[in-house]
Design a protein around this ligand. Structure first.
Ligand code: SIN
Ligand code: MN
Length: 200
């Protein structure tokens, strides 16, 4: 594993080897069955290109009512539990016993991207945000803690783990594009990003 620091964000290149990535995908399969991916819209009614769902006590949703955490999937059911191998990554990386409330699952199909934003719907920014890349390569852009600052981009590959914590907890970040078909981890291609957060 190589540790890269980009604008205060820690990028653990190759943190998960191939078998660990396969174990994660296997653990996510029943989660995606119980809580199917949906296409969120932003507060101003625009469809996001990323499809998403969550695991954990709280899931992150976006609709015309705005962005928020809630205890149920839009279709009304409780979110499934966060799989153990995912919690193991959180413990390994943060050293914290407190488990995250939310594991957001983002799926990027061909052409999907995510605009620059801050993760700021959580109550306590002293908890880090941990994110896991699985599947196709993605161009990750990291900015400043204020909008409009300088940005730097880095390719994230399957098995990379990103930690946004401390002074970098509130940096702007986003995904400019993915290289669709660059990985064989997911049978239909694309990219899954898991974001682990303590929300309340
Ligand atoms: C996010 O910020 O929600 C996703 C980041 C990523 O896909 O790597
Ligand atoms: Mn984010």
């Amino acid at each position: 594993m190589t540790r890269l620091m980009v604008r205060g964000v820690e990028i653990r290149k190759g943190a998960l080897d191939g078998p660990a990535q396969v174990r994660l995908i296997d653990a996510l399969r029943p989660v995606l069955k119980a809580a199917p991916l949906f296409s969120p819209v932003t507060a101003n009614g625009k469809a996001m290109s990323v499809r998403m769902t969550s695991a954990g006590g709280l899931g992150w949703v976006s609709d015309k009512g705005g962005y928020r955490y809630q205890p149920t999937h839009p279709r009304g059911s409780a979110w499934p539990a966060i799989p153990d191998p995912v919690l193991d990554i959180w413990r390994d990386v943060t050293g914290h016993d407190r488990t995250p409330d939310c594991c957001l699952i983002n799926y990027y199909g061909e052409g999907a991207k995510m605009g620059l934003h801050q993760d700021r719907d959580e109550a306590d920014f002293s908890w880090p945000v941990v994110s896991v890349s699985l599947g196709d390569d993605a161009l990750f852009r990291i900015g400043d803690t204020v909008r409009g600052g300088k940005t730097e981009s880095v390719w994230l590959n399957s098995g990379d783990v990103v930690v946004m914590g401390g002074p970098a907890r509130l940096v702007y970040h986003g995904i400019d594009r993915i290289r669709f078909g660059s990985s064989r981890l997911l049978p239909k291609g694309g990219r899954i990003n898991l974001t682990l957060r303590v929300a309340v």
